[in-house]
Design a protein around this ligand. Structure first.
Ligand code: FPP
Length: 251
């Protein structure tokens, strides 16, 4: 029975979308290009996606730029990946600042060059006053490492006498993660045909909807984000509870 349509909450836009930007290497290989050019093309896709997101009523976008596991790639590729934030911010930071975008970089600063850390800090500092749109770039980030780090921070508070083990609950724990007070992602997208989370936002994606798309990241754009969001609207989010109709039917 479906007689209560007007009373059911309207599907809301995914406030927070997270994307595993995957497929740069394959995109390059198919064109006979070095992988580095696939990554550079991926920066252009990021620009297109950031530009498209607000029109689709998205307010938070979190992208996976470099994982703690990516250090195992050949040194030349690692150094190309390390150069991507500079490439992005040199061309786009002024625009992000002007357009009201607040940038946050999630992940460990240790292991990154002093120049890169300076640039990431500058991007955060110059946009710290913005609140129209929130762009989180996970860089040298791993979900498991972040959970361990949160546990360590809370344990240190207990050891210092500032907290008791009984104070710990899901909300307190989440506030110690790199994402801090950010809303959890409503929608996690992975293009390129792979269907894995790859250590991205492990805690935060507990109730996210997942959409896997068959496009390689360098080809990604507004139409793909729109299609993923259309798919999101078809999903019924239950958060472990029952659907409104079933509750009514069973009393
Ligand atoms: C995975 O594709 C992608 C990456 C490891 C890098 C993603 C980064 C960008 C798209 C640019 C990010 C921009 C900033 C500002 C950080 P892959 O190389 O694993 O592709 P493959 O699976 O086809 O080999």
């Amino acid at each position: 029975m479906a007689t209560v349509d007007q009373e059911q909450p309207k599907a809301h836009a995914p406030l927070h979308v997270a994307i595993v930007m995957d497929g740069n290497g394959r995109w390059a290989k198919r064109r006979g290009l070095p992988r580095s050019l696939g990554h550079r093309a991926g920066v252009e896709s990021l620009k297109r996606t950031v530009a498209a997101a607000p029109d689709l009523n998205v307010r938070w976008l979190t992208v996976f730029g470099f994982s703690t596991e990516n250090w195992s790639r050949p040194a030349a590729e690692v150094s190309e990946l390390m150069a991507l934030p500079k490439r992005y911010f040199e061309s786009d930071l002024a625009r992000l600042e002007r357009d009201g975008v607040r940038v946050r970089v999630l992940g460990r600063r240790e292991g990154l060059s002093a120049d890169l850390v300076k640039m990431l800090d500058e991007a955060e500092r110059r946009t710290a006053h913005n609140d129209k749109f929130f762009l989180q770039i996970a860089f040298n980030y791993g979900g498991q490492a972040d959970i361990v780090e949160a546990a360590r921070k809370f344990a240190a508070e207990v050891a210092a006498g500032r907290a008791s083990p009984d104070d710990l609950n899901e909300a307190v724990f989440a506030s110690h993660l790199a994402t801090g007070a950010a809303p959890a992602p409503d929608l996690v997208i992975r293009p390129s045909g792979e269907q894995r989370l790859s250590n991205f936002l492990l805690w935060e994606s507990a109730y996210s909807e997942f959409v896997f798309q068959d496009v390689l990241w360098p080809d990604y754009g507004a139409e793909h984000l729109g299609a993923a969001i259309d798919e999101f609207y078809k999903r019924e989010r239950r958060y472990g509870g029952a659907v409104a109709d079933d509750v009514l039917a069973t009393g």
